[in-house]
Design a binder for this molecule. Structure first.
Ligand code: GDP
Length: 450
């Protein structure tokens, strides 16, 4: 997400290092590079021009001496400008004063509308809501079927209704009204309406959306945009907004190699905020859009806030505490405990995605580089080796003799040397923790490390 933009911007800042003050000349050089970085990341031409002009004005206004270095000054100006473009504060999700709150999902076919409907439902459910879903895509039975699968995956209710003989807008409106009534009668406080998508903008689709809006008076009209389609996503966002006045956008497929420019352009072009990001195919690959955190990521300052939130949500604190206690006690920890911990860490995402949330500047410099080299498969191999052991072996690794090692290696499809390595590392770690756990042990450890 935003890696290319991030790399390029940081390069332009680097070139300013070693300069005494900001001058017309070095500002121009930096701006040229920032402009290229924006355009290559697929930021809309007009938007890029605006951003550059704002940065120029602010930079020229700060050529007086300050305590900040020129590079720091420019980073700060770029940061402020990106925040301005993305809308500073996290956009709030609007609920109706009188339930059910209606959310209309809009977008082109393939943008990820149905997947996002499911993700949003799961997110609302986690927040204590009782969403009801309905698909009004009467033209494509497969789309209605897909929503049914999605609803059952995330465990929320769906209103199916019956299609009439003649499919058309009248049927769409009838289904929507029935679903609304159903939500009201069965205390579903939110109704999410997945609408028909087309391959391109067409008048019939737009008319239908306008009628749905009139009928349902939605609190949110979310435009679902495929970030990978860059400028096209921005253009269709504009078309939908001109007709429907969307209340926000969801950018999907941010996990792919999208260049991220759509994120910077949509808000500026439509005047509406990005409210969520889709970062994968699974229902939980979804996050509210926090402009400050995204800007932080773009500028290489990491996103510790999101990492901590994810840890808070996904990690089992009791398990972690129990592990620490056991590891520090005289008993040490077993390979079974170790596998548990590995599985916990995996829940946070790939090692790469975790390390990428750490800043790439200051004391963390080099971490990003390390992230490129981490072999996720290595984690899977370690787990496969432990899986191939018997329960007894996992609990007491001292019984793992030569013939057992051979069997384990065969079962995991690895070399015996890898099994040996794992056992050696486990023994070392176990000993280290034990030392830390003895009175004065932490001090001893520190001495040993110094
Ligand atoms: P719709 O036609 O707009 O309803 O699109 P779908 O919800 O059917 O999604 C189209 C494809 O995009 C499916 O294969 C989804 O799994 C995939 N998809 C949706 N959102 C994301 C995302 O955030 N990341 C990735 N990698 N794939 C996604």
């Amino acid at each position: 997400m935003f890696e290319a933009l991030s790399d390029k911007l940081q390069r332009s800042f680097k070139n300013l290092r070693g300069q005494g003050t900001l001058t017309d000349e070095n500002i121009n050089d930096a701006l040229r590079e920032i402009r290229v970085a924006l355009l290559e990341s697929d930021v809309n031409l007009d938007v890029a021009r605006d951003i550059i002009e704002h940065i120029r004005a602010k930079a020229l206004g700060s050529t007086v001496a300050t305590a900040l270095s020129p590079a720091e000054q420019i980073v700060k100006i770029v940061r402020d400008e990106l925040m301005e473009v993305l809308g500073k504060d996290t956009a709030r999700f609007k609920f109706a004063s009188q339930p059910p709150t209606v959310i209309l999902m809009a977008g082109l076919q393939g943008s990820g509308k149905t997947t996002t409907t499911g993700k949003l439902a799961a997110w609302l459910k986690k927040g204590g809501h009782r969403p009801l879903l309905v698909s009004v895509d009467v033209y494509r039975p497969a789309a209605r079927e897909q929503l049914k699968v999605v609803a059952s995956t995330v465990g929320v209710q769906i209103y199916e209704g019956k299609l009439s003989e003649t499919t058309g807008t009248a049927d769409v409106l009838r289904l929507a009204k029935e679903a609304f009534r159903e939500a009201r009668n069965f205390a579903n406080d939110v109704l999410i309406v997945d609408t028909a998508g087309r391959l391109g903008i067409d008048q019939a689709l737009m008319d239908e959306m306008a009628q749905l809006k009139k009928e349902l008076n939605p609190s949110e009209i979310l435009f679902v945009a495929d970030a990978m389609t860059g400028q096209d996503a921005v253009n269709s966002a504009k078309a939908f907004n001109d007709l429907l006045q969307i209340t926000g956008a969801v950018l999907t497929k941010m996990d792919g190699d999208s260049r991220g420019g759509a994120a910077l352009s949509i808000r500026k072009i439509t005047g509406q905020p990005i409210k969520f990001l889709g970062t994968g195919e699974k229902p939980d690959a979804f996050e509210p859009f926090h402009p400050d955190r995204i800007v932080s990521r773009i500028l290489g300052m990491g996103d510790i806030a999101t990492l901590l939130e994810r840890a808070e949500e996904k990690l089992d604190k009791d398990k972690a505490t129990a592990f620490a206690k056991k590891a520090l006690s005289g008993d040490g920890f077993s390979l079974e405990d170790f596998r548990d911990q590995l599985r916990q860490i995996k829940k946070l995402g790939s090692m790469q995605s975790i390390l990428k949330m750490l800043p790439s500047v200051g004391p963390f410099q080099g971490m990003q580089q390390a992230a490129q080299n981490v072999d996720q498969k290595q984690f899977d191999r370690v787990e496969a080796i432990i899986n191939s052991m018997t329960k007894k072996e996992r609990q007491n690794s001292s019984i793992i003799n030569g013939s057992r090692r051979k069997r384990i290696a065969l079962g995991a499809g690895v070399q015996v040397s890898e099994v040996n390595n794992l056992l050696k590392q486990h023994a070392q770690m176990s000993k280290m923790f034990k030392t830390m756990g003895t009175p004065g042990g932490a001090g001893k450890m520190q001495q040993r490390l110094m």
